[in-house]
Design a protein around this ligand. Sequence first.
Ligand code: COA
Length: 200
Amino acid sequence: MASASHSSFTCDDRSSFVPLATVRLDLVALTLEHAPALFACASDPEVSSRFAWTRHTSLADSRRFIVRTMVAYARGGHHEWGIVRRADQALIGTCGLDVFDRSGCVADVSYALARACWGRGYATEAASAVIGFGFSVLGLRAIEAQAFAENTASQQVMAKLGMCHVDTRAVGAEDGDRSVARVWRLERERWAGWRVVTIG
Ligand SMILES: CC(C)(COP(=O)(O)OP(=O)(O)OC[C@H]1O[C@@H](n2cnc3c(N)ncnc32)[C@H](O)[C@@H]1OP(=O)(O)O)[C@@H](O)C(=O)NCCC(=O)NCCS
């Protein structure tokens, strides 16, 4: 567990998988039972074109993705949650935290939801819990998120999470076209003022 003091910050990025809970959602380890629901989400071009996924074109793609994720859970330090809506136990998406700068204790948060579930606040709710985990359990100093400039919904989620737009970068899109990504960032000190998540 990291101290809140910058001078003694450590990043426990070998930690075991930790399930999280919010008011409406359970954030769980992905298992092969989730493959059909994951496939429904990850095979939708409206989702994959906005996300860092290569689109899944068969159920086998989703099963392979989950197997790789399970192996990574076993190694430790892999923070990728399946988002399960508690009311009907449906897997509706995923949310992840990637510690891309270990020495600086900075991670990237990402999220994707099945299209039928957009616009109900689920991404904000899930990402709030994941950000709370990142700051309070991993001891991160800052959390970033990126979205293509035209991805207004994702950036609205970032704004609702208290993040600030800090950078704009040219990135290579999947089809080879240059596109623009906006980087948003939340510093630990700023998060501490709006602690809203429940960690299960
Ligand atoms: C981005 C995504 C996760 C958002 O999920 P969600 O559960 O609908 O998000 P929320 O409901 O928590 O918030 C979405 C916000 O964007 C707003 N929004 C949605 N579409 C919008 C648009 N075209 N223009 C402006 N605002 C928009 C919603 O009104 C809502 O804001 P509000 O609560 O202030 O009204 C979902 O659209 C998705 O999975 N997209 C594909 C994958 C992706 O883009 N992932 C992020 C990659 S960085």
